[in-house]
Design a protein around this ligand. Structure first.
Ligand code: HEM
Length: 359
């Protein structure tokens, strides 16, 4: 099937969306401020715990067909990248509690019209989590999830379980409507697998030049052998496993695009709907490589946690984030990063090259 062409009217905001977005951002901000008071240091509103900050390269493949040679993947070239690996909760919990894992990728020095010129720089961020869908895939469902998190704030393990249970309810709803069930439920109930062996997804859709896509990275070579390997359950088990790997070895991933071929079957407004890979497979567009390095030196940790910010809206128009959950993220990431940088008295800066990020 042919990929659909991007049009501005693909997105259909809900009539009361602005008010919902305002409430979500305020509530998340209050939790962030509370956590900052507790730690005497501000962290991210989500994905607060980092496991590694890794420098590498992204090589766009030669000879891509026209529908894949789009946006920053239009020409075969190699970009510098920096990635921050994290766990999803907005506070720093022990790795004994299973949590979704984050892979935030910053592609440095891309060309094209900027989505948010006020953020400065010339970089393209792709934020990915190790499940293909987001169970709370619209702003309204996301607000429901905040209720659960806030009610269980004192008990992170219970909060994770409650969110997983609620996600199961969402799954039933989604299945009942004749959609494919989402994978988040399975993941939340899951394990402590080595995060370098996981496959990561943008979950929500984005513009892919003339088309619309979801992006993903999948491990290859030696990190593919880590898929499903348990890292144990100490407080810092994940950071230890990732840092140990990078002391002697590198890592590589295929970056892939799944093009939307049917807006009814593959909607952009609800990130809980799985796009069927049989209808439209993920197709490789670039290779991501990281050499062996010290990924959690004190300088790297400060660069990743305090200085850098990753944001789906930090990028080019050719990769505009699409749909309800992407629109709420614009205000949410701006507010979280601003509060974090202000409270820690650290300047937010976009790197111009890898040399700008300390080792
Ligand atoms: C499509 C689903 C989503 C994905 C794949 C995703 C992924 C991520 C990742 C990987 C990070 C860590 C970034 C880093 O390392 O700096 C992050 C941070 C964050 N996420 Fe999300 N996220 C999603 C949805 C949301 C939603 C719906 C909200 C809020 C309404 C949200 C709020 C945040 C905030 C506030 C941060 C911290 C930003 C900062 O202070 O720099 N995310 N997200």
């Amino acid at each position: 099937m042919e990929p659909i062409r991007y049009r501005d009217d693909i997105e259909v905001p809900a009539p009361d969306e602005e008010a919902t977005v305002r409430r979500i951002v305020e509530r998340m901000g209050a939790t962030q401020a509370q956590n900052a008071a507790h730690h005497r240091h501000a962290h991210r509103d989500a994905h607060a715990k980092s496991h590694a900050v890794v420098k590498g390269h992204l090589k766009v493949h030669e000879g891509l067909p026209a529908e894949l040679a789009q946006g920053i993947f239009a020409e075969p070239r190699t970009y510098e990248v920096v990635a921050r690996l994290s766990s999803a909760p907005g506070d720093i919990h022990t790795d004994e509690i299973p949590a979704p894992r984050g892979f935030a990728l910053k592609v440095i020095g891309v060309d094209g019209e900027r989505l948010s010129p006020e953020l400065g720089g010339h970089n393209q961020d792709f934020l990915m989590v190790n499940f293909p869908t987001l169970a709370f895939g619209t702003v309204n469902k996301y607000e429901d999830m905040l209720d659960i998190l806030e009610k269980n704030a004192g008990n992170p393990a219970a909060a994770q379980k409650a969110v997983a249970a609620a996600a199961r309810g969402v799954e039933k709803l989604v299945t009942g409507l004749g959609r494919k069930p989402d994978a988040t439920v399975q993941g939340l109930a899951n394990d402590n697998s080595h995060m370098l062996g996981e496959t990561y997804y943008t979950q929500a859709a984005l513009r892919y030049g003339d088309h619309v896509a979801k992006m993903s990275i999948a491990p290859t070579g030696e990190v593919a052998e880590l898929t499903g390997k348990d890292v144990g359950d100490e407080f810092d088990a994940m950071r230890t496993a990732v840092a140990r790997h990078f002391m002697t070895k590198g890592a590589s991933y295929e970056m892939r695009a799944q093009l939307c071929t049917d807006l009814n079957e593959m909607p952009v407004e609800d990130a809980a709907v799985l796009w069927d890979e049989e209808t439209s497979p993920f197709r490789t567009v670039a290779t991501l490589t990281f050499e062996a390095q010290d990924v959690y030196s004190p300088a790297r940790r400060v660069a990743g946690d305090d200085e850098l910010a990753f944001n789906p809206w930090n990028g080019v128009e050719a990769h505009r984030p699409l749909g309800s959950i992407m629109r709420v993220r614009k205000a949410a990431y701006d507010a979280s990063s601003k509060r974090r940088h202000d409270m820690n008295v650290v300047e937010r800066r976009e790197p111009e090259s890898l040399a700008d990020i300390a080792d």
